[in-house]
Design a protein around this ligand. Structure first.
Ligand code: SF4
Length: 310
């Protein structure tokens, strides 16, 4: 008798059905993970999906703070993270102790934290934002003084759109986006003079200033696939190429080289989740996200404030 072994994708499909699991994946995940996901999205979309799912189990293919966010919004569900070593270097740049200290120093300020923060930092935040809703949320706040954590470049970008408020910016940054230089984009613009440039606000200020379009990952995808230019120079993580090509294969998407060892804007942490690991966590139910009850309760408040506003 010939035994035909089950393919990895078949195994994942069987297990997700048996266990009533949903697989959520960020746009920066490997293409093969995006292909098997039930939902692909940016941080805001995935937070909403996590909040509304009927599944008993969530397999979150993203970095650690994203899996934590899914757990905070679904404390009664089992949330599994395929690779717990997949963290976000920018999120790790902010600590709960130092944010609390800053809060004491400026008691009239509101702490606005980017969703890219660890769960404990969310517990001392007044409201959470994503790159898509940050300007809208900050404008809606009564406070005149904002402590923005942890991305100094997204914070600086918001500060320009909301000049009526005073900003105290945490000095964190996203290494892959920070490494994208304006020169790299201009070089491509010389090669493709009719191309439009779309960048993420996590890029450094010089880079953002020369862009035709600045927006969140989803907004960049919408812009790039629908704008009137046949070539679009993309200033964000290369993982989105997978979705761009699927959404509109008739355009050319050009990704610049960054000044670091990874080549183009490439988040090594986002790529630590693999199909093997997705199958393994589904089968063995390992790598469950566990957070103290107190952290879940406190961190949920600023997250829900954001979700109500957006
Ligand atoms: S791309 Fe930047 S912000 Fe996003 S997970 Fe990687 S290091 Fe963190």
């Amino acid at each position: 008798m010939v035994v035909v072994s089950e393919s990895l994708v078949d195994k994942i499909n069987r297990l997700r059905k048996e266990k009533n699991a949903v697989i959520l994946a960020h746009y920066y995940q490997r293409g093969e993970i995006q292909d098997i996901a039930d939902y692909i999205g940016d941080s805001l979309e995935l937070a909403k999906k996590a909040q509304n799912t009927d599944a008993d189990m969530i397999v979150f293919c993203g970095v650690r703070f994203m899996a934590e966010t899914a757990k905070i919004l679904n404390p009664d569900k089992k949330v599994l993270h395929p690779n717990p070593e997949s963290g976000c270097p920018m999120a790790d740049m902010a600590t709960v102790e130092r944010v609390s200290k800053l809060k004491q120093q400026y008691p009239d300020a509101v702490v606005v934290s980017y969703i890219n923060t660890n769960a404990d930092v969310k517990t001392v935040s007044d409201i959470i934002v994503t790159s898509r809703n940050a300007v809208k949320v900050v404008k809606s706040l009564d406070a005149k003084r904002i402590i923005f954590v942890p991305d100094q470049f997204l914070g600086g970008y918001i500060a320009k759109q909301v000049p009526e408020k005073e900003f105290i910016l945490w000095k964190g940054f996203c290494p892959p986006h920070f490494n994208l230089s304006k020169e790299a984009l201009l070089e491509l613009k010389r090669k493709y003079p009719d191309a439009k440039i779309a960048v993420h606000p996590e890029c450094n200020t010089d880079t953002v200033e020369i862009a035709d379009f600045v927006g969140s990952t989803t907004q960049i995808i919408e812009f790039a696939t629908t704008c009137d230019s046949d070539v679009v120079i993309i200033g964000t993580e290369v993982g989105i190429e997978h979705t761009l090509k699927k959404k509109n294969p008739n355009k050319k998407y050009v990704f610049p080289q960054a000044a670091d060892y990874c080549g183009a804007v490439h988040c090594c942490d986002m790529k630590k989740n693999t199909l093997d690991k997705v199958a393994q966590v589904l089968e063995e139910e390992i790598n469950e996200v566990i957070l103290p009850e107190e952290v879940i309760e406190k961190a949920r408040i600023p997250l829900e404030r954001m979700l109500e506003l957006s």
